[in-house]
Structure formats: C-alpha cells, structure tokens
Design a protein. Sequence first.
Length: 323
Amino acid sequence: MHRVVVLALEGVYPFELSIPVRIFGTATANDGAPLYEVITCSLDGAPVTTSADFALAVQHGGEALESADTLVIPPFTCGPAEERNWLPEELSSALARVQPGARIVSICTASYVLAAAGLLDERPATTHWNEADHFQRMFPRVKVDAAVLFVDDGRVLTAAGVAAGVDLCLHILRRDHGSEVANRVARLCVVPPWREGGQAQFIERPLPELSASGTSATRAWALERLGEPIMLPELAEHARMSVRTFSRRFREEVGMTPLQWLTQQRVRHARRLLETTDLSVDRVAAEAGLGSGASLRQHLAAAVGVSPTAYRHTFRAKDHGAV
C-alpha cells in the first residue's frame, strides 16, 4: 500500500495538517479497500506545538520518513522571513532520510522548506501569493508561479495556500487512481473535485495611494468615471500636459501605459460589482466601462482565469447553507 507520511513541524497549521489524511485516508478502491496508508510524524516523535492554542501528539518520529512513498509537509510558523533560506540541522538530516524515488509535496509556505533544501532549484513551483515576491527573492533559482493553485513537476509538487492543498491532494489522487476515485473522495469531503482558475483570483491588489503631484489627480479623476469612454487625449488634457509628456510621466509613475492602467482599473471595478451586486454580466461590463459582456469575459479571463459567472459564484456573499 502506498504510504503517505505527513511531517508535522513545530508551529504546524492544524487545518493544512489534516488535509492529507482527510483526502488520502478517504480514498478507497471499488471493493472498499484503502488505497493509502497515512501516518503523521514529527522530527523526534515528540508532541508538536501548533499555530493554534493546542499541541499535537504523534505516534511516529523521523524514522517514518524512510518509508514514505509520498512525503507531505504542511505549513508552519517558520520564523523571521530573512532566515527562511536555510534549514535547521535536525530538519535537514530528517529530509536526507527520504528515499530518492519518493514524491515530495509542500502545502502553502512549506515550500520554503523544499526550496531551502535545494529541491526546487530550476523547477517550477508555487507558494502563497502573499509570500511569492519574498520567496522569489530568497530563492532566485526557483521558477515561481504565483497565479496557480498548485504545480505538479513530477516528483516534487507545491500547493499555494490552505485550500489549494485540497486541490493538490485531489490532483495527486486523480493522477494515481483516475477521476472516478478523486471525484468520489471530493463528494465525500463536500469539496469541488476541480476549481476553475488559479490563485490570481484571490490576490488582493490594493490601489496605490494617490499623491498630489504628477498624474495622480488625473488618475483620481478617471477612477470616478470608469463607466464613461475615456481616451488618452482627455487624460492628457485633464493633466494639462501634451499626450507625449503625459504618457511618459504616467509610465514613470505607474509602470504601465495610461490605457493599460485604465483597463486594469475597469476590471477591478467589474470584480467589485460582481462581488457586491446582482447586476447582469452585460450591465457590469457597461458600468465598468468595458462595453459588452463578451469584453468583460475576455478581460476577466486574462486577469484571473475565470468567467464572470464563476467569479461571482466564488465571491458573491450568499447564504449557501440556508434551507
């Protein structure tokens, strides 16, 4: 039987720790036989603290890593950001016990462990979007993709944040035993077997603070008129600059062209309308200045990888559990 070993490190996040046993432990063959054995270990077999107000007792120590067919490392409180590019000797020694052919999986910021161990060098990987920039600076040899929910690079797999660990475990289950088994487990766990889009739709992109100089006042003026047609000459006229000067100053201050920025703001406004109103897709497109529903679908797919309807289903507040 395929053995999944879950390594609980000090400060482990309880929710993510439970994902592998819940997904793999629920998987059975058609005759009801379990497909995986899931065990949890700590580095020394002693209880571990969690990020919550309780500790966990485990039944296995680091020796369990030697028998792992799949090793899963959930996230944990991993100390100061500037110290995450090295591994404590005890953890480094423990990882060295993993067999060469074993599959290694990280959930959320546990990707720092894999990167610090050199397991992600020259590989594609992901981590929580909020840590992606720091992660890339710490580990420049890793090909970080912050837009996806998980990355499967064969032997080494990484998931983004929290629930993306569920997505990745279901993906592994699907890869090992097919869609029928994965879908059955998803139904039993009351989770979707596959989520549309990627991590991009969950990334917060706060608007930059507007200063009193340069093109700032014109940006504020444009934000109040997103539903209206606004052309580059109008923006330049409002800023009392020539089109050429305005375009140059705008790119220097914002890092993109005025029309690229305007489209970005319109898509953000459309996202807010999808989250907070019941307006039709066509009406949302009109209110955001994107013209038609088809245009909104195209821009939203490019920005976050999902359709307006799927985005609204994910983020629109509803009493889904009410009867």
